[in-house]
Write a protein that binds this ligand. Structure first.
Ligand SMILES: [Ca+2]
Ligand SMILES: [Ca+2]
Ligand SMILES: [Ca+2]
Ligand SMILES: [Ca+2]
Length: 496
């Protein structure tokens, strides 16, 4: 049996896999970077070849006999490869320093890891994208937010529509929590990191110190954000009232190139998705727990587009603090951050293309396919394929085994410690080495279907240890919106 690389070694090889994204129907094909190598020098007809492939030269290296190009033509790689002098066509990946961000709470931000934001950071961190937080304002002096705040042409940092002034400071706290999820500063040795930690945050205060505001004021806030050039507008607020003014504002924003992203609500399935999330122009975001399930409170309905982390989200809080909070209010900014990363990677993407991109990348959750509780599923920021978060399971201090090789065996006999009980030890290690728990291990008796154990892995990964009678058990490990591991375990009895 093959033994996987030890944990410490693998840390050094946390690289982002380059990837060609296939275009979804309706979305423009994404721009890809290719390197084309040739056998003997660059060919004389290189110019014609690039025209034929619809590729633009970025740079060339005569000594290494390659040319780097960009293209949106999905056939370009095949066209370039067909040239008789071509030696290779490869995706031109991005190299980046391999340090984990130094924000002390980075390891405790399960949401950030669940949407695979760190995997996208090798390509972009959201630079150049403006994300409006239409909410209670933002703590303008928070050290983990201030460097990313918008600065207008007249020195204004946004607008306060409640008090009609240019000081959108947060007198409630909610907007500051939402803002940190999207764009808290990363790598500053302090606090947390946002999903898009180099995006610019535009505070638009439309809710008062009690967290409430008129829908007409929300509408004006959305309109203002669009006029300021926001690419993404976060609306972690909702109402059961359908107000044409607010829908008009969303249509206005989309027409100006902004994507509104709204929370579905925290009242459960029955009442349905709140406005503005329920409007077709909005991306409606429900909640996801760290075991990959949709919590009871997440409003559902046919309007739900995605789910995102919403439980115990550690983020920036008023007065320079950090807090953990739960609710769909914190799901929507995760999606906004992912949208900002996509927009930064390809600035030509408009609202419709961004939605297509979010859908194409989402990881299915709950009932198979699009469903009323989770829409297209959990958003995923990685530009490559979604890696399985639990590629390795570590069994009782023994070997690191690739999950595919996990035994369906009675090998666990060696863990028997008592005459009629087996001591089962299952230690989980994340393959991309995000130092993280948030997996749930369920042990079910295959015969009686009775659940004999359910264990939430501690943060930092960890060990499940329990005693079971001899028998056949189904072991299921759920993580990040899906079943990561599911196998049958036979405990054959005691070995004396
Ligand atoms: Ca003010
Ligand atoms: Ca930070
Ligand atoms: Ca929608
Ligand atoms: Ca589903």
């Amino acid at each position: 049996m093959r033994v996987a690389a030890p944990l410490a070694l693998a840390v050094a090889f946390l690289v982002v896999a380059p990837h060609l994204v296939t275009s979804s129907e309706g979305a423009p094909a994404p721009k890809v970077r290719l390197v084309v190598g040739f056998h003997d020098g660059l060919p004389a007809d290189l110019g014609a070849l690039l025209v034929q492939a619809e590729a633009q030269e970025v740079r060339r290296d005569e000594a290494l006999r390659f040319v780097a190009v960009t293209t949106r033509n999905p056939e370009a790689a095949a066209t370039l490869a067909a040239h008789p002098q071509t030696r290779y066509v490869a995706v031109d990946g991005r190299a980046r320093t391999l340090a984990v961000p130094d924000d002390p709470e980075f390891a405790n931000q399960w949401g950030l890891h669940a949407v695979r934001a760190p995997l996208a950071w090798g390509t972009t961190r959201g630079e150049g994208v403006l994300v409006a937080i239409v909410d209670t304002g933002i703590d303008l002096l928070h050290p983990d937010l201030a460097p990313n705040l918008y600065l207008g042409p007249r020195g204004e940092q946004g607008y306060d529509f409640v008090n009609n002034d240019t000081d959108p400071d947060d007198d409630h706290g909610h907007g500051t929590l939402v803002a940190g999820v999207v764009g808290a500063v990363a790598d500053n040795g302090f606090g947390v990191a946002g999903v898009a930690p180099e995006a610019t945050l535009l505070p638009v205060k439309v809710l008062d110190e009690g967290g409430e505001g008129d829908l007409s004021l929300v509408a004006t806030g959305v309109r203002y954000a669009a006029d300021r050039g926001a690419h993404v507008i976060v609306l972690s607020l909702g109402s059961y009232d359908d107000t044409p003014a607010l829908r008009d504002a969303l249509q206005y924003a989309v027409a100006k190139g902004a994507l509104p992203i709204a929370a579905t609500g925290n009242h459960g399935l029955t009442p349905g998705v709140l406005y503005p999330a329920a409007y077709p122009e909005a991306v409606a975001v429900g909640a996801l727990e760290d075991d990959g399930t949709v919590p009871w409170y997440s409003n559902g309905g046919p309007e739900v587009d995605f789910v995102a982390p919403a439980e115990e989200i550690l983020t920036t809080a008023r007065d320079g603090r950090f807090l953990r909070r739960s609710g769909t209010s914190f799901a929507a900014p995760h999606v906004a951050g992912v949208a900002a990363l996509f927009k930064a990677e390809d600035p030509t993407l408009g609202p419709a293309a961004l939605v297509q991109r979010l859908r194409a990348n989402a990881k299915d959750v709950g009932a198979a396919g699009v469903d009323v509780r989770s829409g297209y599923g959990l958003v995923n920021a990685s530009f490559g394929p979604v890696p399985d978060p639990l590629e390795y399971a570590h069994l009782s201090g023994a070997l690191l085994l690739p999950v595919a090789l996990l035994p369906n065996v009675g090998a666990f006999e060696r863990f028997l410690a008592e005459p009629d009980r087996a001591r089962l030890v299952l230690n989980l290690v994340y393959s991309d080495l995000t130092p993280f728990g948030n997996a749930v291990v369920t042990l079910q008796d295959e015969v009686t279907r009775e659940t004999v154990g359910r264990f939430v892995m501690p943060s930092g990964g960890g060990t499940v240890e329990t005693r079971v009678a001899p028998g056949v058990y189904r072991v299921t490990v759920t993580s990040f919106g899906g079943v990561a591991l599911d196998y049958s375990l036979t405990v054959t009895g005691h070995s004396g």
